[in-house]
Design a protein around this ligand. Sequence first.
Ligand SMILES: [Zn+2]
Length: 295
Amino acid sequence: MTPYLGFLPLTRRALLGTLTALTVVAIAGQAVAYEVVISPTAPQLGDTIAVTIRAEQPGAGNPPVVTVNGGTQYPAFPLGENRFRALIPTSPLDPPGRMVIQVSGSEDTRNLAVGLKNRDFPTQRINLGPNQRDLGTQHEFDRVAAFKRLVTPERFWQGTMVRPSQGQISTSYGVRRYYNGVFAQDYYHRGVDYAAATGSPVVAPAAGRIALVGRVADGFELHGNTIGIDHGQGVLSIMIHLSRIDVNEGDFVQPGQVIGGVGSTGASTGPHLHWGLYVHGVSVDPVPWREGRFE
Ligand SMILES: [Zn+2]
């Protein structure tokens, strides 16, 4: 398999333009191959990579599976006639460089290479005293972990995600930290912070189903009052440190709908909204989603 960026070779495309895929199969039992487009073509750490796949055969059975670097598999979901899409998350913890994306299923396997670009994230220096204990209860960790594993086949979001708070961004996505002078290898700021007055509105960035409501009173001592929204297909939002919660688990919300208020509950030093956007359990940069790059 030769890694090939983008579409099938033009000669083959031209051939397919004049014959139906079924005819091609019938003539010689010739292999049929997925047509794969990777977007963005030059992703950087934190980007969500969309792998859009067109099957040659009409009614091509099950959606293909996308495998990254021979390891993690990501599901592809239907995106119209003979079209599928998988979303691959990247984060500041990923090694920059060559990524091999394999598409396999009922048609010939395709291997494509993409270069994941390095990116400089801002850093913070935090000094912890000897008696500062780690906050968080097993109950909240379990519930948040279960939420982050959700992959609902339906797609609820549509187009551009809206800003969930009118506050100024106080800490951007991906900030790295030194604790007492030591670089924290596993830490990055898994979201965007908006500084705003206590009680100011928090809105849903996109449509979805409320899949998590957690309260300080129930043991959410680290996240504080928390709302998790399932946007479908492994795309999730988590809003933490809220002063109040206006929704219930199972509610369906629309983009721009008020769901709660900015607060400083949990491990927080002042009123702000922390919005984490997750794709298949990995916190990704919300900026491309705010720009509407994912239909
Ligand atoms: Zn934050």
